[in-house]
Design a protein around this ligand. Structure first.
Ligand SMILES: [Ca+2]
Ligand SMILES: [Ca+2]
Length: 186
């Protein structure tokens, strides 16, 4: 079981993932054995059902959305590399001083990439905009049943009014970022 995991992951693969995601060697091997234990089909990829066995995701109101974020558009399997790339968004933000390579692309756990990840949890149809409907769906999942549709609707309307700058009644990623910063600085 555990030994199968460590024999299958090649050293150079670990190095590449380390560079791409910022996870340490031991984190990668640990997550790899987690990955293989979830991989019931033992084919090196995870399906949506595999993810649904993770208890933390099963009880999270946004669980399905988060699971969705692991899958590239139109695909229903994710390999270890893709799995790690998505997990990298959850790593805490570090001081960039430690990144010696100035030509390296923005780390997956940068503020912008974290916000993009959050944005995509809302943008279900992936048209790069959060519509009123998409916002409502997330609100409903998060607050449960204690708030009436009418109240939720007005929260959604107000949020869109505040964030929408070009008047298309939806929130683009740029509008999302600006709104987010306004929100955290108040
Ligand atoms: Ca959308
Ligand atoms: Ca807009």
């Amino acid at each position: 079981m555990g030994s199968r995991a460590s024999t299958l992951l090649r050293e150079e693969e670990i190095e590449e993932i380390k560079k791409e995601t910022g996870f340490s060697h031991s984190q990668i091997t640990r997550l790899y054995s987690r990955f293989t234990s979830l991989d019931k089909g033992e084919n090196g990829t995870l399906s949506r059902e595999d993810f649904q066995r993770i208890p933390e995701l099963a009880i999270n109101p946004l669980g399905d959305r988060i699971i969705n974020a692991f899958f590239p558009e139109g695909e229903d399997q994710v390999n270890f590399r893709g799995f790690m790339r998505t997990l990298a968004h959850f790593r805490p933000i570090e001081d960039n001083e430690k990144n010696k390579d100035p030509t390296a692309s923005e780390p997956l756990n940068s503020r912008t990439n974290k916000l993009l990840f959050a944005f995509r949890l809302y943008d279900l149809d992936r048209d790069d905009k959060i519509s009123r409907d998409e916002l409502l769906q997330v609100l409903r999942m998060m607050v449960g049943v204690n708030i009436s549709d009418e109240q939720l609707g007005s929260i959604a309307d107000r949020t869109i009014q505040e964030a929408d700058q070009n008047g298309d009644n939806s929130i683009s990623f740029n509008e999302f970022i600006k709104h987010f910063w306004k929100f955290v600085h108040h």
